[in-house]
Structures are given as structure tokens and as C-alpha cells.
Design a protein around this ligand. Structure first.
Ligand code: SF4
Ligand code: SF4
Length: 368
């Protein structure tokens, strides 16, 4: 019987040869390639490219894990591309490709990097919500989730399910943030998008993971040496949350996905290799204060207790955050970003996209 989730530990670096061999074996252990992996199939590797930072910062999927998957998919005859839409891509995605190491992989292996911002989108309706999903994601014959395991100040953890968010191009992501103030509500959107995009396979990079105040430059990179493969992203997230010390339903995306019948009953997930995996002293951000309130009180509490991020001395007044803020809460004054406390919805997009790491998150009352 194939395993639902396969974990391997002990990776001390991103040696491509080791990764190719390991991932090949792990894919066999989850039952082999999805049926859609056939010669000529268009395979899109949806990476986590949150910030235009070097792979050593542990913010993005490591390019060597991606390169290993490119090699493996090519052996199967697939036409492979790489794509994602980071929050700051409105100003151009090229520096993300370059700084994250994906441009070098694409050059070396002769594959295409897909710009979600310029490839069009498809409108998808789910329940009472409308989602614009990047067309290459919808059009791909094979969609592989190349997720990064790390902490997230808003969502607590980000891994397989949350990585679907980058399938929404441009400022659409910020608009979703503005419609879901409470992290528990935002998690519903994440699960919606995860459901819509329908990944065929999940590959998790937790070799260099991140804890503390993730998901970006305030988090702490740490060598955990773990690689994961799963056919189901919810199963993978449930298992990894458990390793990090969170019960199966303690993460909102997991709880909502399980309530919707996604994934498997946590106790029944068959995992290979978990006995060797340890996330020692893994520091996870606490539950948001807003989640403790009913939805209708969330907005009121946000007004009284919120502390919007602030721009520090590192700010150069480039205006990227101003253009990326979903509710126009930022203006550039005297060469520095200024956040409007009244308008800010605490989505933390500005913190994620600032190329200078100039935005500091302040923790509001009751939120750890
Ligand atoms: S805070 Fe960052 S993104 Fe915003 S203007 Fe300053 S340097 Fe640019
Ligand atoms: S100021 Fe920053 S945290 Fe506040 S709404 Fe704008 S992007 Fe989000």
C-alpha cells in the first residue's frame, strides 16, 4: 500500500543528486506519479516565492529542490515550467526569479519561468465567492505544489494549503486579505483556493525551514533537514503541524479542510519516516486575538487594539508597499512609508513585500 505522506530527514544541504534520488524514491512511496504525468504533459511547478530573497533566508522554496523535480519530470517526458505570484510582483517579478535562484535553474535547465501577472486569469466561483486564478495554473496538465514549511505571523504555519494563495495573480491577493480580517476567515479563502487549483502532487521543502516570526525576514531560518512528498496537501499539513506541536485541528486551514471532508481522518494518515523527524523547540506564533471574537466583533476589536506595521529607518520611500496595500492605507511622506491606523486591516502584505525589510510588525494586545 502506498503511504499518504512520506517524510525523509537528515538532509544537511541541498545536494541536487541526493535530492533527485530521494524525491524519486519518495514519489514511488506515495504510489508513483499522478496519472497526468505522461510524455508531452505540461507540468507547472508552483513554488513559494514570497519575497525576492536568497534561498538561504528560508523564505522561498529552495531552487535545488525545484531543479530536482524538473529533472525528474523531464525524465517522464513532461514540459516543465515554474511559476508563482508574490505580493510584490506588481512592480515586476524578475528580481524574484533572480534573487530566489529560479532564474539560474531555468537558464541551466532551459525551462520557462511563467509570469502569472502577465498570463491572464480565469474567474472561478466557489460558494458565494469569486476567485481569479492564474491561467497557467488552470491550464497545466500537471500542477505540483513546491511548498516551503515555515511559520506565519497571521496563519501560524504555512505549507501546502497556503501555498495555493500565490495562484491568485496581482493585487487580488491583497483584496482577499481585506475581505477576511480574522485569520480564521482568511483560512476559508485559502482552503477555497487550494480546492480550486487541485494540485496533483505536493513536495515540501523543510530542509531549511523557518520558525519564530515568519514567513519573511523576521522569521528565523533553521536546518531541520526534512523533505516531504504527499498526494494530498491537507494530509501533509496535518502531519507537519503535529510535528511542530499543533493538534490536527489547531491550524485553521487544517480544521476547515477537515470539516469540508478534504484530506483524511488524521489518525488514519499513513506516514513513512515520521519517527526520524524532529522539529525541536519549534517556535510558532500564537493564535490571533481576533479569532477569539465572533466575526461581527472582529472589525471593532481591530479598530481599538490594532497596531499597524511601521516603517523603520531602513525605509527608502520606494513606494512598493504603497502600491501593494489593498486598502490604500500607506502614503509616502518625506521619503518614508506612513501607515494609516484607521484604514489598515493588518493583512501584513506590506511587511511581506518590502524589499528593504524596513517594515516592522507590532503585536497588538492579546496577540502573541
Ligand atoms: S517600507 Fe519598504 S516598500 Fe515601503 S516605501 Fe519603505 S522601503 Fe519601500
Ligand atoms: S498598511 Fe500594511 S498591514 Fe496595513 S493594510 Fe496596508 S498592507 Fe496591510
Amino acid at each position: 500500500m502506498p503511504f499518504d505522506v512520506v517524510l525523509r530527514s537528515g538532509f544537511e544541504n541541498y545536494d541536487r543528486t541526493v535530492l533527485i534520488d530521494s524525491l524519486g524514491e519518495m514519489i514511488e512511496q506515495v504510489g508513483g506519479w499522478p496519472e497526468s504525468v505522461v510524455p508531452g504533459a505540461r507540468a507547472l511547478l508552483k513554488v513559494n516565492m514570497l519575497s525576492a530573497k536568497a534561498p538561504e533566508r528560508a523564505i522561498t522554496t529552495h531552487p535545488e529542490v525545484v531543479a530536482a523535480m524538473v529533472v525528474l519530470l523531464r525524465r517522464e517526458g513532461c514540459i516543465v515550467t515554474i511559476g508563482d505570484s508574490p505580493g510584490g510582483a506588481v512592480k515586476g517579478v524578475e528580481r524574484y526569479w533572480k534573487n530566489c535562484g529560479f532564474a539560474a535553474v531555468a537558464d541551466e535547465l532551459g525551462i520557462e519561468l511563467v509570469n502569472f501577472e502577465k498570463s491572464g486569469s480565469v474567474q472561478v466561483f466557489l460558494d458565494d465567492r469569486t476567485y481569479n486564478i492564474s491561467k497557467p495554473v488552470i491550464d497545466a496538465d500537471v500542477l505540483i505544489n513546491m511548498c516551503k514549511f515555515k511559520t506565519h505571523s497571521l496563519c501560524r504555519l504555512t505549507n501546502a494549503v497556503k501555498n495555493a494563495f500565490g495562484a491568485v495573480p496581482g493585487l487580488g491577493k491583497a483584496i482577499h486579505h481585506s475581505h477576511a480580517i480574522r485569520p480564521a476567515d482568511f483560512a476559508k479563502i485559502l482552503v477555497d483556493i487550494y480546492t480550486i487549483v487541485g494540485f496533483d502532487l505536493h513536495v515540501m521543502d523543510a530542509i531549511l525551514a523557518m520558525d519564530g516570526k515568519g514567513p519573511s525576514t523576521d522569521g528565523t531560518p533553521r536546518l531541520d533537514g526534512i523533505l516531504g512528498v504527499a498526494r494530498d496537501g491537507v494530509c501533509l499539513d496535518v502531519i507537519m503541524a503535529g510535528l511542530a506541536g499543533l493538534g490536527p485541528r489547531k491550524l485553521h486551514t487544517n480544521r476547515i479542510a477537515l470539516e469540508r471532508g478534504l484530506g483524511l481522518i488524521p489518525e488514519e494518515i499513513e506516514v513513512s519516516g515520521i519517527e526520524d523527524c524532529v522539529l525541536e523547540d519549534f517556535r510558532i506564533p500564537g493564535e490571533s486575538f481576533y479569532n477569539l471574537l465572533p466575526s461581527f466583533l472582529g472589525g471593532i476589536a481591530r479598530y481599538f487594539f490594532k497596531k499597524p506595521p511601521v516603517a523603520t529607518d531602513k525605509c527608502i520611500g520606494c513606494g512598493i508597499c504603497e502600491r501593494g496595500c489593498p486598502v490604500a492605507a500607506i502614503t509616502i511622506r518625506n521619503g518614508r512609508a506612513v501607515m494609516n491606523r484607521r484604514k489598515c486591516i493588518m493583512c501584513l502584505c506590506c511587511h511581506e513585500i518590502c524589499p528593504e525589510h524596513a517594515i516592522k510588525i507590532r503585536i497588538p494586545l492579546g496577540m502573541s
